[in-house]
Write a new protein. Structure first.
Length: 414
DNA sequence: TCTGGGGTCCTAGGACCC
DNA sequence: TCTGGGGTCCTAGGACCC
């Protein structure tokens, strides 16, 4: 037995209430108390106020439907810049009370606040209340807070009362809470795994927690062991306070309707996604080593193919040349596809590439220079001043059949 | 929730090596 | 030619998150 008693950690989780709408109300307090949605520019609801929810509005609802059926709902375009600003200010406030914050998403963070009760001579509840008050006073935002010995339990806690909640779960009370949490509501357990667990008799988080580890290992894969341990108050998912400053993948996808099998159209979508993904990679000075593309059918089956690039490059011409083969592999005659997507993978910070035997790197260098010029132009004149010939159709919104090969010329259109 | 877009991590199976 | 076992890399697909 260890001489040092292993005392439970105290993990805090903060979740913004209807965050995007919350920010809009903070910017324009007249909106407070009104049914408000954001997402006008996307055509579907991204976020909605609790007042809008009460009327029957749901996430993903088409904006035209809102305007028609709920004329008194305020519809706003998303203002991502503000959301990011408010988000980082919110994290700064939390950071006053923690040695680092894990920025989990734009409206959520975790922090390890263990021991702060002694340092600040306050209870954990008082500390959480203070954080909540500062966020409300300084930013005009409402949040829900959970305090618990692990991240998974802290998520359960912050979700327990919403909006404007403050819930504390400790080892002794966890069972009472978990008995009321359907297994599918646990962070990390989605519909598939929930099905499996329910069939095996674990309907609630408590049922699952009471299974033994061997059972968990036998029925599920590795990540679920961590969830099981965390439900049992064993902290295994560390709070990662490192500021995440690089993507490890960049994805571009688009769903179109109606679904189609048109080869030329689908290929032009892929081409556009490759251009856009490469542009983003260049913007962040990242270079992918891998590319993968996928097509999704009407019944949500995904056919994907991926490969390692001949040499790392963020020029679309390189990706395009290998994607052509990948596309041939996954495109099946007669099947209708609803979504096409591209992922650039294994991104690393830009580096000076070594010349290789086959001259691919030399080719990449040439395109590199061209794209530097184009990026410069586009920064001044706007996006897509210049684009690949194979992308043209996607930009024209043409859906009629044209021979794919005819369009697949790596030409730049001005 | 008949289901948008952008991410992360894991796993099984095959290829190839010793 | 057949045989065994282990390691590692690659690819396709699955599951989950916000």
């Amino acid at each position: 037995m260890s001489a040092v008693a292993t005392k439970n950690k105290v993990i805090l989780h903060i979740d913004g209430d209807a965050f995007f709408v919350g920010v809009e109300c903070a910017k324009n307090p007249k909106l407070k108390g009104l049914p408000v949605v954001t997402g006008e520019e996307r055509g579907i609801v991204s976020a909605l106020s609790y007042e809008a929810k009460a009327l029957g509005v749901v996430r993903g609802m088409p904006i035209f439907k809102i305007k028609k059926e709920f004329p008194n709902v305020v519809v706003l375009p998303g203002d991502y810049k503000s959301y990011v600003e408010y988000s980082s200010k919110m994290f700064e406030i939390v950071n006053r009370y923690a040695y680092g914050v894990e920025e989990y998403s734009i409206d959520e963070c975790f922090a390890d606040v263990t021991g702060l009760d002694r340092t600040l001579k306050k209870t954990y509840r008082e500390i959480a209340e203070k954080i909540k008050k500062e966020i409300a006073d300084e930013l005009g935002l409402s949040v829900s807070i959970g305090l618990a010995p692990t991240k998974v339990l802290a998520k359960v806690a912050s979700n327990w009362v919403k909006p404007n909640g403050l819930t504390i779960i400790d080892t002794s009370t966890a069972g009472d809470f978990l008995a009321k949490v359907p297994i599918g509501k646990v962070w990390g357990i989605g519909p598939r795994t929930a099905d499996v667990l329910i069939r095996r008799g674990a309907k609630t988080a408590l049922d699952f927690r009471e299974k033994d580890l061997l059972w968990v290992k036998k029925c599920l894969s590795k990540p679920y062991e961590a969830i099981w341990l965390e439900l049992n108050s064993v902290l295994v998912m560390g709070v990662n306070t490192e500021v995440k400053n690089a993507y490890s993948s960049i994805q571009k996808t688009r769903t179109f309707h109606p679904a189609t099998n048109d080869k030329a159209f689908l290929w032009s979508q892929i081409s556009k996604h490759i251009e856009d993904a490469c542009r983003k990679a260049r913007h962040y000075e990242l270079t992918p080593k891998k590319i993968s593309i996928f097509l999704k059918t009407n019944d949500f089956k995904i056919a994907s193919a991926s490969t390692t690039l001949p040499s790392p490059s963020n020029s679309p011409e390189i990706s395009l040349s290998v994607a052509r083969e990948l596309f041939k592999k996954i495109h099946t005659k007669g099947i209708l596809y609803r979504t096409a997507g591209v992922t650039l993978d294994a991104l690393t910070a830009d580096f000076a590439p070594q010349a290789d035997l086959f001259g691919d790197t030399a080719k990449g260098d040439k395109f590199d220079l061209i794209h530097k010029q184009i990026d410069f132009l586009e920064n001044k004149l706007g996006k897509r001043v210049v684009y690949l010939g194979s992308t043209k159709q996607a930009l024209d919104h043409k859906e009629l059949g044209t021979d794919a090969d005819e369009l697949d010329r790596d030409l730049l259109f001005l």
